[in-house]
Design a binder for this molecule. Structure first.
Ligand SMILES: [Mg+2]
Length: 168
């Protein structure tokens, strides 16, 4: 079973804080809304590198859903990725984030690493206790700075140490 690398957009690839020189500014038009995002073109390469090194599959776990393939992926050099559908209107039963049940349903028994700025202890507990999942790592990303090499290193190390890595 190929492990999954689940990627959020806002707060992870598009940090909320003042962007550093590594980031470029883009506009995205979705319906009648125009969004400004700041993207680091190196993120795509780094994520692909991690996926190749660990034999993992990159998947979007963002409210951007398939729009991430139109507006985010090409700008950072990622191919079109599978999308976890998120419906934000389901009430939280145990303090978990609205995305977490969708992530659990999508992952099934596959190991996964999830990069998100809104994963907390409640999500960890929900996945372990309510969903009975064990083989996952939640990586909380500081939304002000977004995804860094430290997060990618944590993912690589966990996949390697657990033996879930399918890398060369
Ligand atoms: Mg987010």
């Amino acid at each position: 079973m190929k492990p999954l690398l689940l990627i959020d957009v806002d707060g992870v690839l598009n940090p909320m804080g003042r962007p550093t020189a590594d980031f470029r500014r883009y506009r995205c038009t979705i319906g009648n809304e125009v969004y400004t995002v700041h993207l680091n073109p190196r993120h795509g390469h780094r994520l692909i590198e991690l996926a190749l090194a660990t034999g993992s599959e990159l998947v979007w776990a963002t409210t951007w859903e398939h729009h991430a393939n139109d507006w985010i992926a090409p700008r950072i050099g990622l191919p079109s990725l599978p999308v976890i559908h998120m419906s934000p209107d389901e009430p939280s039963e145990h303090g978990e984030m609205f995305k977490t049940p969708h992530v659990a349903a999508y992952a099934g028994r596959r190991p996964f690493v999830w990069f998100d700025d809104q994963v907390w202890a409640e999500d960890e507990e929900y996945l372990r206790v309510r969903q009975g999942l064990r083989d996952f790592l939640l990586i909380h990303v500081d939304p002000r700075e977004g995804l860094t090499s430290r997060h990618l290193g944590m993912a690589h190390q966990w996949l390697t140490l657990t033996g879930f890595s399918q890398g060369p």
